[in-house]
Design a binder for this molecule. Sequence first.
Ligand code: HSE
Length: 290
Amino acid sequence: MTLTISVPATSANLGPGFDSIGLAVSRFLRIEVLQPLDKWLIHHDLGPDVPDDEKNLLIQTALQVEPNLTPHEIKMTSDIPLARGLGSSSSVIVAGIELANQLAHLSLSDAEKLAIASQVEGHPDNVAPAILGGLVIAHSDGCDTHYVAANMPETGLLAFIPDYELKTSDSRNALPDSFAYKDSVAASSVANVAIAALLTGDMTLAGKLMSQDKFHEPYRRHLVPEFEKIRDIASEKGAYVTYLSGAGPTVMVLAATEKIKLIKSALESLQLPGQLVELSVDTIGVKVEN
Ligand code: HSE
């Protein structure tokens, strides 16, 4: 049987968990490892900007982990949209680490995979849930990586995925260079209560605090003109929270599962430029089948 690796999409930040919290969701990158070849060859339909040889991020990452891998023919498929704030590049990085892990029989632990992935990506919020599934809170200082993997409380997820891309670098450029001491104390206290509420299963309180992010959303919202309309309607219909997924532009609404259809149909009437997609939490993370 062919070796296959699948990695879920991820929604990072969840409001105030900037660069440190992420949730695995039900869209997937899938890698099929076919026959050995002289050179790496990747079959994909992700467009001409994505390399089909060893320059592909998948192979670049795998070779960082183990430089002496035998090249293979690989089939790559993904329904994680690119540059939309759903962790598409993190999914490729995690798949690359797993590819090296499998081909070179490295027996990497989850913590080792996460340390490598955080270094490659620069922050752990997408790669951690892509590896572990579920809700993960992680910190990496470039040297050590610490994490807590947790169950996401019961919630429905509705994503508005715009038709346009937003590069993470552009979205990060919108952030301030510095943050006053008092503001950071206030911002981290919002985050602390949001996380405590998530970990104790109180989605109503979590949603309230997640809505009060001070680290990134206030600086980025203008990049996603649909955000405020979606938030206002979702909130009117009883959603827990509307937040910018990762660096955007995807907007994520969390609400009790029985309210999702109602919120979706209210948002459909706005005819916004993008797709409204119901998602679920992926609790597995990276998965290998042999
Ligand atoms: N935490 C990151 C950001 C996620 O918001 O910029 C995207 O890489």
